[in-house]
Design a protein around this ligand. Sequence first.
Ligand SMILES: Cc1ncc(C[n+]2csc(CCOP(=O)(O)OP(=O)(O)O)c2C)c(N)n1
Ligand SMILES: [Mg+2]
Length: 1054
Amino acid sequence: MFANRFFATASLEGPLFKRVSREERTFHFFADRIKRQNVFEEVGRVVPTALYERRQSGRFRSSFSKLFSTALASETTATPKVQGSALDPSESFLSGTNAAVLEDMYEKWMTDPSSVDPSWAQFFSNVDREVAPGEAVPFMSRALETAKSGVSLTSSSVTSQEAVLKAASDTVKIMSIIKAYRHRGHLIADLDPLKLDEELGFYKKVIPSGTKRDFEPSSYGFTEADMDREFVVNGELPGKDIRSLRDIIQTLRRSYCGTVGIEYRHILSKVEKDWIAERIEKEFPPFSVEQKRIILRDLADAELFEKFLAIKFPTSKRFGLEGAESLIPGLQALLERGSNLGIENVVIGMPHRGRLNVLANIIGSPVEKILHEFYPHDDPFGETYQGSGDVKYHLGTSNTRKLRNGKSMHFSLVANPSHLEAVDPVVVGKTRAKQYFTGDTERKRTLALLLHGDASFAGQGVVQETLEFSDLRDYTTGGTVHIVVNNQIGFTTDPRHARSSPYPTDVAKTVGMPIFHVNGDDTEAVVRCCQLAMDFRQTFGKDVIVDIFCYRRHGHNEGDQPTFTQPRMYKTIQKHPSILNIYSEKLMNEQVVSKADYQKMVKATNDGLQKAFENSKHWVPKEHDWLSSLWEGFKTEKQLSKIQPTGVEEETLKKIGTAICTVPQGFHLHHQLTRFINQRRESIESGKGIDWSTAEALAIGTLLAEGTSVRLSGQDSERGTFSQRHSVWIDQENEAVHIPLNNLGMTQARFQVCNSSLSEYGVMGFELGYSLESPNILVIWEAQFGDFSNGAQVIIDTFLAAGERKWRRQSGLTLFLPHGMEGQGPEHSSARLERFLQLCDDDPDVIPEMHTDRTRQIQLCNMQVANCSTPANFFHILRRQIHREFRKPLVLMTPKSLLRHPLCKSDLADFLPNKLFQRVISEKSNDLVADKDIRKVIFCSGKVYYDLLEARQKKEIKDIAICRIEQLAPFPFDRVSSEIGKYPNAQVIWCQEESKNMGAWFYVKPRMETTIRELEKSARPVKYVGRPPSAAPATGLPKVHEAEQSKLISEALE
Ligand SMILES: Cc1ncc(C[n+]2csc(CCOP(=O)(O)OP(=O)(O)O)c2C)c(N)n1
Ligand SMILES: [Mg+2]
C-alpha cells in the first residue's frame, strides 16, 4: 500500500528465484499436454507421445536407481555380482555399465515380468508400486537368497553375508525414519502460533497418540551411540551421500517439523512428490536484507491498515485480518513469483475476513474509495443503474497495478454473497473464461486464487465440488491456488466441533494436491510457502493449498465478544504479540532494520492512511467499473436496447444443416445415428418437421457462424440425457471424436460442449462465473432433470436472481431445465418453475411501458423465465440472448416427451429473418367458431398445450381457444391483454399440469387479473384448472399420473 511508495521498490524475488531447467520444463510441458487432452483440441496439435513415454521411463529409471542404491548401500559399500550376468563387480550399481544393465533389466521386466529372476521381479514391482523405500526388505532377503543359491558376493569390501544383512537392516531403518518424517512430520510441526494444542489440548484429534515415537531414532533400535555413525542416503536426501544419523534427523526436522508442515505423500505422481521433496529438504538460502525489509513493509501495511480502520471507524464491522496479517506478505510474494513465471491476470474469490486489507494492499484499490464505503452515502449512479447495493465486504472490483518487479498484473475480485464458499466455482469459471478469451491454452497466464476460512473450507460441500474441477478437461484452470486463513475458529465454534477431519484442508487430499501448513507467526515461512505454491502451480498445472495457521485477535466481527465462548483461547490471544511485533523485533535483533528506520516506515504508512482518510470525505466515485473492456457498449437497464431480429437466412440455415449432418470420411458412425442424421437432414432440406434438438443445433450453429462462442455444460450434455442431442459423435472403432458444430465449414466461433461432473451447485456456479467474463458467448447450464437444479439454489438465489441488482454485473447465463409431468415420479417431473418465478422482480400490479420501440421491460427485470412449446420459438429465444445489447439470465423449462412429439415440430419458415421470438402464441386453428363465440379461452404454458390440443381434436371441440404463454417472466401483459380481448365472451382459464401450489399459477394469476383490470377495463375472473395442491411435485405411480392428467385436461375442456 503506502509503504510501497515510500520505500525502495526492489523485488522480493531476487536471487532466490530459481528457474526450472529447460529439460524439466519440456518434460512438464508434454506431461501436462498429455494429461489435459483439451489442449489438443484447443490448439489442434498432436504431442509426440513417444517423447513423453521415453521421458516417463527415464523417470522410473532414476527413481529405481535411487531406491536401489539406498536399499543396498550401507557404511560398507556392498557390490553384489550376479554370476553370468553383465553386472560388473568393480563398478557401483548406480553408474556406468551396471546402471545401464539394471535399467535394461527393468525395461525387460516391464514388458515381461518373468524374463528376470523372481527376486528382481519383486524388487521392480515394489519400485513400480512406489512402496516406501524402507519397504524393499522382501527384495533384500530374496536377493540375498538368490545370492546364496549361486550368486556370489565378490566385493572385497564385503566380509560376510551378515554384514550385508546388517547394512540392509540399517538402510531399512533409515528409510523408515525418512518416510516417517515425510509422511507425518507435519503432525509435530510447530504450526500453531498460540500453542493451543499444548496449552488447551485443542488439537488432540490431529495428533494420534504415539505419533511422536515415530520420529525418535530409538524407536528404530538406534541408540545415542549411533547418532554419529554414518549411513549412506545416496540421493534420497539432498547434500552429502554419506551422513551421520544426527545430520539426517536434523535435515528431516528442519524440512518437515519447523514452522511448515507439509502433506504431500498422498499425491500419486512420483514426479510431483520428488519435486516437492527436493525443494523442501534442501536448505533454503536465507532471505537477503532487502527481501526481509520488503516482507516487513508488506506486513506493516497489513497491520497498520487494520489499526487505522479500528481507530477511525470503531463501531463499524470490517472483519479485520488481525492475527493473520502475514497473509498479505504471503500474497505479495505469491503474485510476484507468479508474475515472474508468466501470470498476468488473477481472479480472486475471498470471504469477508481481511477483504478490505486485500483490496487495499493486494488489488491496489484506492484507500480513499475503501474508506468512502464506511460513510452512509446514496448511490451516486442511481440514475443509470437500479439496484440494491451490497455491504462493503461483499463488493467486487477490478484493477491493474504494477508489481515490484515492474510488471503489470490485472486483478478481478469477484463479488460474493454471504454464503461462504459460494464464490469458489464462480471464480474458477470466470478464470477459465478469461483463459478462453485471452487464448491462454496453457493456462499459465491467468490464475484463480481462492481464499477460504477454516470452518467454511471444511464444512461447505461446494468446496469439494470446486476442487473436483481441478483436473477436468473442460473445467480446469491449470491449477487454482487456495489459501486457508486458518484462525482456528468459525464464529464461536471450535475446530473440534466444526469438523471430523484433523485439518480443515483434508478435503483437498481427494484430488491429490500438496498442502502446506504454515505457522502464521513466521512471516518468512508464509512467504516461502506461497512462493513454493506458485512454483508448483506453474510447473504442474495443478491445484495447491497453503493453510496459514493463525488466530483471530477480536471477535467474529469487531463488535462481537469472543470470551463468552472461548475464554482461554482469548486469554492467550490477549497476551500474544502481533505478527508485526514479532517480525519487526526479529529484524531489529538481526540488525536488518534500525528502530529509527522502522519507526520511519510506520509513520510513512500512517501518514498515507491519514491522507487517504481526509480525501475519502470528498471522494467522488468514478463511473462504476462493472463494464470491463469486453462489456464496453453494453447497455445498463436504464438505457434502451431495441429489440433485434433473431431470424436467419434460409441459405445459412441449410448450409449449417448440411454441415452438421455430414459424416467425415472414414468415420465409423454408430449405426443408430445414421437414422437420426438422416431425419435431421431431411427436415432441414424439406423445411418441414424440424424437431427440438435440430432447432437447438441451428440456434447454436448460427451463433457460431456469426462469431459468438457457445458453451453448453451439464451432466451427459454431449449426448443429451434423452439421447436427443448427439452433439459429439464417437467413432465406433477408435473412439475418435467428431463435433459437427465445430465443423461448419466456414469461419466460426468455438462450440464447447462439456459433460460435467455430477454436481449442480459447483457446475452452475462455474458457468455463471464463465458468463460474467464476457458478453460474447452464450453460456448454458443444463440440468439432467430440472428437479436437480435446486442443488444449486445458493447460486440461483444469490448470483443468478440478485447478482445484477447487488453488484451491477450482468450475466446472460441460460439454464436448460427439463420439466414436465410425464409420470416419471416426484424427482423427474418438476424443475420447480414456481421457485424461479417467485424470484422474478417484475411487479404483478403494475403494467410497464410495453410499446415495442420503447419497452425496457426485460432490461428492468432481474431475469427471464420461459417455457417454450415450439422448436422455432426455442431457436429464437436462444439467439435473442445474444442479439441484444444487454445480458440477462434466462431460465428455460425444456421438454422431455416433446423432444419426440409428432406435433412439436416447426417449419424452417419460422426460423427466417422475418420471424421473432413469440412471447405468447395465439390460437392458430381455423377450425374454430368466431372469436366472439368462443366460450372458453385457456391460457397455458409448455407441454400441457399438446395434451389440450390433442384432447380438443379428439373431442371435436370448436368453441375453446388455447393460448400459450411462452415467456412467463417478465409477464407479457400486452400480448395477454390482446388475447383476452379477442374473446370477449369467453371464460378465462389458466391450465397447468403442475400442482396448484406449484407451476406458474400463483405468478400468472395476479398478472392476468391486472391485465384484465387495467387493459380490458373489465373484471373477468381467472379460473384455475390443474392438479390440487400437493407436497411432492408428482406421484410415483404411473396409473395415478395418467388419471390425474386426463382429469385436468377434461376439466379444462368441459
Ligand atoms: C454458508 C454460510 N453459512 C453460515 C454463514 C454464517 N457465518 C458467517 S462467518 C461464519 C464463520 C466462518 O468461519 P471461518 O470459515 O473459519 O472464517 P472466519 O470468520 O473464521 O475467518 C459463519 C458460520 C455464512 N456466512 N455462510
Ligand atoms: Mg475461521
